[in-house]
Write a protein that binds this ligand. Structure first.
Ligand code: ISL
Ligand code: CA
Length: 563
């Protein structure tokens, strides 16, 4: 077993604060709301809470545009509320991971207001500028400003500034050592308060080639096999910066880090998490999220869906690269993705429960630290807006405008986004069958999923067979069986089109994990005899077995001890 660590054994529970629980009746979730649910969170058996950004922000991107790194957004509460939350978590033996958004700030951050005021301002060099007398800057794509790209002309100083995301999210200039110093100081501020780690937003983008070369096909062929999107994560000093951060901050605390590894390929993954390199503990890859999308301009699902054999291959490869060293993370959804139930399971009434339990079991039995997005433990599903007016996400809204301008079939895109858009996972948590699903006494900032009277926490609390209570059991199983954490991972029958099965083994213990990822019964040939009394968990009442075969019901999910 390569070095045991608390964060390898932990289950992380991600909370989108805006949508979790509103305590003061303004329709927006807040810190006191989370505090009121601490016992619930503890009852799940999770170990770590990761909060999406709670810093002051004009909210062009729901907090990913930070205007002050060392304060709390008044919409969410005060620093006193924060201290109370942190204490409440620690009293319950839970840890707190904050979001660190340092590729960019808000344009309303003091640094940027100063920087844009004159070319001589001491903060000027905190950002990337291109003086207009040098002509137009070489084109860069922007994730959100999809019409004009990532350089915005700013008249005040007759220059362009760089923003990989919206015009209100200028990119910080990490080349400037003073910027790094400021960021590290801010990280110390939170660690000194007792925070247990950071999830680092698009950390793979922080380093830029500040010569800003023109990106030609030839350039791409040389640098990243022709894929434009990867360009962002190829900054020349990226690893120097992470090592400096580790030296000057991270290594001084008992904390965990997980970087958002947008644009990082499987071959480069180890460079981030190899303990000998002293950078990060874990990072999120995006390969899984891209499965089953077409090459359309923006997030359209392939009508043919995705293949289980591809899914198995992908997650197995990502497991295998960390066999000897490093450590993986696993997630199937978050605030940037649709609900995992709608995307990877099946949210129709017939299969909702079984497939939600299956997906949770998958997350908790892979050889990686599981990240579970709040709401997935009760089987929340995509809201599937018909109307663009219901969307709140800058990304979807900007793409809609762009596609409309270009005369594209926006109806078709709207249809596709019912499966893929980010707002699908940002709807309010469904606590009970009362007004606004018990989330708020006021109209929520985004609509509640109309299925809330059938899918909510209160109902499931009372039902021993609910998704919620099943989730608790699988977490306990993971904790009781170190083989599920550190054990070897071995894929069985990679070509089976319905069944994903693997063995997790440690010392003498061997556990067989089997999932039927389809709506039809599936037969699976067993390489050994198994008996019913060895079934540790099953999302059906029965499991049909004979000597050589398992007959799995639709979305059946089982863990069986085979020694
Ligand atoms: O959602 C995406 C595009 O469809 C991703 O590529 C996204 O841009 C990427 O995951 C980065 O996400 C993070 O940074 C963004 C923020 O909007 C996301 O919420 C955050 O998770 C900018 O800070
Ligand atoms: Ca509120």
């Amino acid at each position: 077993v390569p070095g045991p660590k608390w964060w390898k054994e932990a289950v992380v529970y991600q909370i989108y604060p805006r949508s979790f629980k509103d305590s003061n009746g303004d329709g927006i979730g807040d810190l006191q709301g989370i505090i009121s649910k601490l016992d619930y969170i503890q009852s799940l058996g999770v170990d770590v809470v990761w909060l999406n950004p709670i810093y002051p922000s004009p909210n062009c991107d729901n907090g990913y545009d930070v205007s002050d790194y060392e304060a709390i957004n008044p919409e969410f509460g005060t620093m006193q509320d924060f201290n109370e939350l942190l204490q409440g978590l620690h009293q319950r033996n839970l840890k707190l991971v904050m979001d660190l958004v340092v590729n960019h700030t808000s344009d309303e951050h003091k640094w940027f207001k100063e920087a844009r005021s004159s070319r001589q301002n001491p903060y000027r060099n905190y950002y990337h500028w291109w003086p207009a007398e040098n002509g137009k800057p070489p084109y860069r794509d922007s994730f959100f400003d999809v019409e004009d790209g990532a350089w915005k002309y700013d008249g005040q100083t007759d220059s362009y500034y760089l923003h990989y995301f919206s015009v209100k999210q200028p990119d910080l200039n990490w080349e400037n050592p003073v910027v790094r110093k400021e960021i590290f100081k801010m990280m110390h501020f939170w660690f000194d308060k007792g925070v247990d780690g950071f999830r680092m937003d698009v950390i793979s983008y922080i380093s830029k080639d500040t010569n800003f070369p023109v990106i030609t096909q030839e350039y791409l062929d040389k640098n990243d096999k022709g894929k434009w999107g990867l360009y962002y994560a190829k900054g020349p000093k990226l690893h120097d910066y992470l090592q400096q951060m580790n030296r000057e901050v991270l290594s001084q605390y008992e904390i965990m880090t997980v970087g958002e590894g947008s644009g990082v390929t499987i071959n480069e993954a180890m460079n981030f998490v190899d303990p000998d390199r002293k950078e990060l503990d874990m990072f999120f890859h995006f390969d899984g999220m891209n499965l089953g999308l077409t090459e359309s301009r923006y997030k359209q699902p392939d009508p043919a869906g995705w293949k289980l054999t591809d899914f198995k291959k992908l997650y197995s490869s990502w497991s295998d690269i960390f066999k000897e060293k490093g450590w993986g993370s696993i997630y199937l959804g978050n605030h940037d993705q649709p609900r995992m139930l709608s995307r990877w399971g099946n949210d129709t009434i017939a299969f909702r429960e079984a497939s939600a339990k299956l997906l949770l079991t998958f997350l908790l039995t892979m050889r990686a630290t599981p990240y579970v997005f709040a709401g997935d433990e009760i089987g929340m599903s995509n809201i599937k807006f018909d109307d663009i007016g219901d969307y709140r996400d800058i990304e979807t809204l900007n793409w809609y405008k762009k596609l409309q301008q270009d005369g594209e079939d926006t109806q078709k895109y709207l249809e596709g986004w019912k499966l893929t858009a980010r707002d699908n996972s940002r709807t309010p948590f469904q606590w009970n069958s009362e007004t606004n699903s018990g989330f708020s006494s006021a109209k929520p900032w985004i609509k509640v999923n109309p299925n809330f009277s059938a899918v909510n926490e209160a109902l499931q609390q009372a039902d021993p067979d609910s998704i919620l209570n099943y989730f608790r059991k699988v977490i306990q199983l993971r904790k009781a069986n170190p083989g599920l954490i550190y054990g070897k991972y071995e894929l069985l029958d990679k070509d089976h089109e319905q069944v994903y099965a693997y063995i997790r083994s440690l010392d003498k213990q061997q556990l067989l994990v089997m999932f039927n990822f389809s709506t039809k019964e599936a037969e699976f040939n067993l390489p050994f005899n198994i008996s019913h009394d060895a079934v540790l968990i099953n999302n059906y009442q029965v499991l049909k077995l004979d000597r050589q075969k398992a007959y799995l019901r639709p979305y059946q999910s089982v863990i069986i001890s085979i020694t």
